[in-house]
Design a protein around this ligand. Structure first.
Ligand SMILES: [Zn+2]
Length: 241
C-alpha cells in the first residue's frame, strides 16, 4: 500500500524516544517563554480507563473514515507528544510534537448539540436526580448510555467533527489530529464536565434547568396530593363518608 512517507524517502517516522525528547524540549522552551502548556500525560498502559474516556475513544473507533490514522495517533499520545491540549466550547486546540522541532498546531471543531438533544439530556436527568449527580461526579448513569452512545447520541458523529493541522499530511485525518482526539479521551477521564463544555452545554445553566424542572414536578405532585387531601377533608366535614 502506498503512503506518503514511502513516496518521500527523506521523510521518516520518529521513534518513541525521539518524540519524547522533542516533546520535553518543546515544554522547556515554552515554559521559558512563560507559556502555560497543558500536556496530555498517559500514566497507564491504556490511554483511558474511566467510562467517559473509554466511551469517547470507542466512539472515534466506530468510524471507519478515521481508521488509517487512529493507531498512530494512539502511539503519539502515549509517547507524550500532545504537549498542549485545551478544550473549549465546540473547539479543541492542541500542539502535537512530530518530526519537526516545532510542534504542529491542531484545531478540531465539534458542532454544538442541537436544542433537541440538549432537551433530551435535561429530561433524562430530571427524571432522576441521581443521574445528574452521577454525571457531575464522573460516575456515569448506565440508564443514560443509550442517549450518549446510540448512533445519533451525544458523542459526535464524523459529520460533526472538522479539523485542521499544520503538518504536510494530506490524509483525511493525520496522526496529530488523531493523537489530539485520543488526548480528549484522557482529559474526559479526569474531568467529564469538559464533555458538556465541548458540546456547548453550559453546565451551570444545565444544572439550574434540571433542578427547576424537578422542583416544578415535585410541586405539581405535592399540589395533587394536597388537593386530594382537601377533597377528603371536605367530604368528611359534610358527612359524605
Ligand atoms: Zn498533522
Amino acid at each position: 500500500m502506498s503512503n506518503y512517507w514511502s513516496e518521500f524517502p527523506n521523510y521518516s517516522q520518529p521513534d518513541a524516544a525521539e518524540l519524547r525528547r522533542k516533546s520535553e524540549a518543546t515544554k522547556k522552551k515554552e515554559k521559558a517563554k512563560g507559556k502555560i502548556l497543558e500536556p496530555v500525560v498517559i500514566r497507564g498502559r491504556a490511554v483511558t480507563s474511566n467510562w467517559w474516556g473509554n466511551a469517547w475513544c470507542e466512539n472515534l473507533e466506530r468510524y471507519a473514515d478515521y481508521e488509517s490514522r487512529l493507531g498512530r495517533g494512539k502511539r503519539y499520545v502515549r509517547n507524550g507528544s500532545v504537549v498542549d491540549l485545551k478544550i473549549k466550547k465546540g473547539k479543541i486546540q492542541a500542539r502535537v510534537q512530530g518530526t519537526r522541532r516545532t510542534p504542529y498546531k491542531v484545531e478540531i471543531r465539534i458542532s454544538p448539540l442541537s436544542e433537541e438533544k440538549c432537551q433530551a439530556i435535561i429530561k433524562q436527568c430530571g427524571r432522576k436526580l441521581d443521574n445528574l449527580e452521577k454525571l457531575l461526579t464522573g460516575d456515569f448513569p448506565e440508564e443514560m448510555s443509550e442517549l450518549f452512545q446510540s448512533k445519533d447520541g451525544l458523542f459526535p458523529a464524523p459529520k460533526e467533527i472538522s479539523f485542521t493541522c499544520s503538518c504536510p499530511d494530506w490524509a483525511l485525518m493525520c496522526k496529530h489530529v488523531a493523537a489530539a482526539l485520543y488526548g480528549v479521551g484522557a482529559r474526559l477521564d479526569e474531568n467529564p464536565l469538559l464533555f458538556f463544555e465541548l458540546r456547548g452545554i453550559d453546565v451551570g445553566h444545565f444544572i439550574d434547568i434540571t433542578l427547576a424542572n424537578k422542583v416544578e414536578a415535585m410541586l405539581a405532585n405535592a399540589g395533587n396530593v394536597s388537593s386530594r387531601m382537601m377533597d377528603d377533608s371536605a367530604a368528611k366535614l359534610f358527612g359524605v363518608l
